[in-house]
Design a binder for this molecule. Structure first.
Ligand code: ATP
Length: 287
């Protein structure tokens, strides 16, 4: 049995995000296209003497115990499998926090997958997804990764063919957006501009770059823009550098531009860095 395992926990962006309705318990029914990107956190898990889970990381202000999704995932895994052993986790965060990139969920997913390997428990992806769902609606998708349609509260997943690879320039403005607050402010009525999710699925299946970039849409974007008008400025700058399309990811406030041309993507990325954006990333789609 291995003693130590290192994993990449990839961030996701939404190529489309629609909200279909609200459930009495406050959860929303969504229809989203999820896409993994190369930007990732690094998760190292080690077996230790004794029992119990411990977590350290490079971000001192994140909780190190309960409330950190990576920690919660490990505790849940040990409880459900009944394994008695010590586990120490080191979390090297690179994904911006509270940004609409599923940072916490992807760490949790990596921990579940990592522990399944480390302890040779042989749980199926389905069993891990079922376990992950109690930690958060995006965790099952993060276990699956790649390109996927997510429905229900985000947990009903349909794997899609890998989307053709775009270069991605990703910007996290300094402002933060609370997922709860953004969903709370969303008003669904006749004026709501719903993205063409089915058209997006067809474009992905056909490997159609233009079809994808022209159908990017997020029903939450106008809501977050009200609180963070900088999103509009960032998108305009992306387009002036030749982005084929731009969109806010999740509940924001991260904004991305998709580029087919790597030189243009690099130029846009450099522009944002020079303009003082500390959380600017040049990345690309991954499986
Ligand atoms: P989503 O796209 O799923 O809504 P997000 O990308 O907007 O998620 P996260 O980065 O997951 O947001 O962070 C949301 C909150 O979760 C933060 O306020 C943070 O305190 C908490 N959190 C718990 N564990 C983690 C973790 N491992 N990494 C980042 N945030 C975490």
């Amino acid at each position: 049995m291995e003693e130590r395992i290192e994993l990449e926990a990839h961030a996701k962006i939404n190529l489309a995000l629609d909200v279909i309705g609200e459930r009495p318990n406050g959860y929303h029914d969504v229809k989203m296209i999820m896409q993994s990107i190369k930007l990732c956190d690094r998760v190292t898990i080690e077996r230790t003497e004794g029992d119990g889970v411990s977590l350290t990381g490079n971000l001192s202000w994140l909780p190190c115990g309960k409330g950190n999704l990576a920690y919660d995932a490990a505790v849940l895994f040990m409880e459900r499998t009944g394994i008695r052993a010590g586990v120490s986790i080191y979390l090297e965060k690179h994904i911006p926090v509270a940004a609409g990139l599923a940072g916490g969920s992807t760490d949790a997913a990596a921990v579940l997958k990592g522990l399944n390997e480390l302890f040779e428990t042989g749980l199926s992806e389905e069993a891990l997804c079922e376990m992950g769902l109690s930690l958060g609606a995006d965790v099952p998708y993060c276990i699956m990764g790649g390109t996927a349609l997510a429905e229900g509260i985000g947990e009903q997943l349909t794997k899609l063919p890998n989307a053709p690879v775009f270069h991605v320039v990703l910007i996290k403005p300094e402002a933060s957006a609370s997922t709860k607050e953004i969903y709370g402010r969303l008003v669904l009525d006749g004026k709501t501009d719903h993205p063409d999710v089915n058209g997006m699925i067809r474009a992905i299946e056909e490997g159609d770059y233009l079809g994808i970039s022209s159908r990017l849409g997020n029903v939450l974007e106008p809501v977050t823009r009200e609180l963070c008008p900088e999103i509009v400025k960032i998108e305009q700058a992306m387009k002036s550098f030749g982005a084929e399309g731009t969109l806010m990811s999740g509940s924001g406030p991260s904004v991305f531009g998709l580029f087919t041309d790597s030189a243009r993507a690099t130029a846009a990325f450099m522009h944002f860095r020079v303009a003082g954006y500390r959380q600017a990333f040049l990345t690309e789609f991954t499986e």
